[in-house]
Design a protein around this ligand. Structure first.
Ligand code: XIL
Length: 299
C-alpha cells in the first residue's frame, strides 16, 4: 500500500492524525491529511474550554469545521475529550458544591455528545485521571468534589447519551507495564468490566522520548486487550522520530488483534505541540521522513 490509511486498513485498523481547525486552510496540510490518514482527532476543539467556555453556553464552530472536513473526505472521527482537569475553564474549577459539579459534568457530557451524535466513533470520555508514579487518581477538581467515582459516573452518563459510540479511557505514562500508573489504570478497567460499568476502549497516548516505547509496551497492549477492551494508540509522537522507534510502536500494535488504530499527534513537525523535538512523520515542508517509510513497512 502507498498510504498510511490504506496500509492500516488491510488489517481493519485506522491510521489517524490530530487536526487543528485553524490549519484546514493550509493546502499542504490538508493534502497530506486527505491522502494519508483515515481518522481525525480534534487537537483542541472538543475540549471543555472550547465547547463550554461559560456555563450552559456551548460553542461548536471549530469542532464542527473539523467534523465536516472529516465527513466530506470520508474520515473516521475520535472525540477528545469530555472530562479532563486541563484546558478546563475556571468557572468549572471554581465550583465548590459537589451536586453542582456533578450536574455540570453530566450536562457537559450530554450536550457535547448529543451535538456530535452519530459522527464520532469513539470518545475519550475521561482523560488523564491518574497521577504519575502512583496507582491513584490525581487530585483534580472532579476527584476532590465527587470522589473517585466521577469516572464511573461519566462513563454511565456517556453510554446513556450515545449508546452507539465507543467509550474510551485515555492517559499518558501508562505504556510501560512496569509502571504504577499503568497498574492503577489496569485495575480500574478490570473493575469496570467486572461490575458492568460501560467502557469499550483504552487510549494509550504514546508520547515518547527519543528511545521510543518501553520494552514492556507490547505486554501492556496485550493485557488491556485481554480485559475485553479495544486498545488505541491515541497521541503518538516520538522525539527525533527514529525509524526503529516508530517501527517498534507499530509492530506492538499489529501484534495484538484488539489494537485497532494509531493516531499521530499532528501531521508535520511544525504542527506538533512538541515541534522542537521533530517527533512526527512529515517534515516542515510536508515531505515524508524516514520514519514514515518504517511505519508504512510495519503496517
Ligand atoms: C495538547 C495540544 O496538542 C496543544 O495544542 C495544547 O496547547 C495542549 O494540549 N495530552 C492530551 C492532549 O490528551 O489533549 C494534549 O494536547 C497533549 C497531551
Amino acid at each position: 500500500e502507498t498510504t498510511l490509511g490504506a496500509a492500516a486498513a488491510q488489517t481493519g485498523r485506522y491510521f489517524g492524525a490530530a487536526v487543528a481547525a485553524g490549519r484546514l486552510g493550509d493546502s499542504q496540510y490538508t493534502t497530506i491529511l486527505n491522502r494519508e490518514f483515515s481518522s481525525i482527532t480534534p487537537e483542541n476543539e472538543m475540549k471543555w474550554d472550547a465547547t463550554e467556555p461559560a456555563r450552559g453556553s456551548f460553542n461548536y464552530g471549530p469542532a464542527d469545521r473539523i467534523v465536516s472536513h472529516a465527513r466530506a473526505n470520508g474520515k473516521r472521527m475520535r472525540g477528545h475529550t469530555l472530562v479532563w482537569h486541563s484546558q478546563l475553564p475556571a468557572w468549572v474549577t471554581n465550583i465548590q458544591d459537589a451536586n453542582t459539579l456533578r450536574s455540570v459534568m453530566n450536562n457537559h457530557i450530554t450536550n457535547v455528545m448529543t451535538h456530535f451524535k452519530g459522527q464520532i466513533e469513539a470518545w475519550d470520555v475521561v482523560n488523564e485521571a491518574f497521577a504519575d508514579g502512583t496507582t491513584q487518581l490525581r487530585n483534580s477538581i472532579f476527584r476532590q468534589r465527587l470522589g473517585d467515582g466521577f469516572i464511573e459516573e461519566a462513563f454511565r452518563t456517556a453510554r446513556a447519551v450515545d449508546p452507539a459510540a465507543k467509550l474510551c479511557y485515555n492517559d499518558y505514562n501508562v505504556e510501560d507495564w512496569n509502571a504504577a500508573k499503568t497498574q492503577g489504570m489496569y485495575n480500574m478497567v478490570r473493575d469496570f468490566k467486572a461490575r458492568g460499568v460501560p467502557i469499550d476502549c483504552v487510549g494509550l497516548q504514546s508520547h515518547f522520548g527519543s528511545g521510543g516505547a518501553p520494552s514492556a509496551f507490547r505486554t501492556t497492549i496485550t493485557n488491556f486487550a485481554a480485559l475485553g477492551v479495544d486498545v488505541q494508540l491515541t497521541e503518538l509522537d516520538i522525539a527525533g522520530a527514529g525509524s526503529t522507534q516508530y517501527s517498534n510502536v507499530v509492530q506492538a500494535c499489529m501484534a495484538v488483534a484488539r489494537c485497532t488504530g494509531i493516531t499521530t499527534w499532528g501531521i508535520r513537525d511544525s504542527d506538533s505541540w512538541r515541534a522542537s523535538e521533530n517527533p512526527l512523520l512529515f517534515d516542515r515542508s510536508g515531505n515524508k521522513k524516514p520514519a514514515y517509510d518504517s511505519v508504512l513497512a510495519a503496517l
